[in-house]
Design a protein around this ligand. Sequence first.
Ligand code: NAD
Ligand code: UDP
Length: 328
Amino acid sequence: MQILVTGGTGYIGSHTCVSLIEAGHSVIIADNLSNSRYEVVSIIEQITGQRVIFYEVDVTEEAAIAEIFSKHKIDGVIHFAGLKSVGESVEKPLLYYKNNLLSTMILTDACIKYGVNRFVFSSSATVYGENDVPFEESMTLKPTTNPYGETKVMSERILTDVVQSNPELGVMLLRYFNPVGAHESGLIGEAPNGIPNNLMPFVTQVAKGKLPKLHVFGDNYPTVDGTGVRDYIHVVDLAEGHVTAIEQVTRGVRIYNLGTGRGTSVLELVKTFEEANNIEVPYEIIERRLGDIASCYANVKKAKKELGWVAKRDLIAMCKDSWHFEKK
Ligand code: NAD
Ligand code: UDP
């Protein structure tokens, strides 16, 4: 198939482009490079031996999207393009609502106009809010605490409504847990601008000496050691989950958790990182971060049963590959 990958030069998108090409599909990327680099296009070629078609466009621009759809025969869309910083979304809610909602609306509209019936959307475990773990797809969603999370809830709703009135359309809503790690080549990975918000990039930068120590946000949660528990998933597993999803889209809306089903505390992750890479990560416990929940991990039975997809890579591989990328 020929797949349009929005946000394809970003962290998860670039790994997914590699996995799509390895599975025999061809890729068109649409990205405005607001949080990624053009060089990624060449790196994808270096890894796979294939050059993707690249458009530097903003997917909220209707005319630019129409041009791509009219020029190419597109079989499916994987929509990663979006802004993802929780903190920034609180400061700039309109930027987030505009970017993340308009992009979804313009792309689905183009799909309907051009008869493209496969659509995979990057949702997030954040839509579950403060539910009981493990999170299951059938749960009633609880309000999230920030505009970023709300853009995911609203996008899911928009896509569900659009499918209701366009029954030939097939949409998969993929709820990611915590993607970490990098391609084994160490050539693509997560390279946040400035001081990282997320745990793993912070840990790798402390290990490298770019930052003096990790601040662990709270040790009094009701978890195994009091620190926050998350379901870390290797980004290559996540990428492979997208290949499976786009290949298996059928009419209607289907929702899947993409996680490992295992919860890991902050201190467990730090310890595994230190042991896997034989390097020290100094840390200090500080107060809780506003808006954080204690535990977040997936029930992964549905993806296994219906898609035949499971995450294969363990936390040691995630820690090793993250460190390999940071060093490179
Ligand atoms: P990323 O920032 O690395 O990639 C997103 C890409 O989209 C970037 O290359 C950016 O330049 C591009 N982009 C943003 N707005 C655009 C626009 N209007 N037009 C064109 N391109 C645009 O982020 P990521 O971690 O790869 O995340 C991809 C998707 O997965 C996002 O929708 C994100 O919300 C979602 N998600 C990410 C995580 C995570 O922890 N990384 C977790 C759950 C969901
Ligand atoms: N965390 C931390 N220090 C950091 C960044 C994160 O202790 O510098 C903790 C955070 O409180 C949470 C876990 O690590 O329990 C994962 O945080 P991240 O921001 O990576 O993911 P999210 O909270 O969005 O699931």
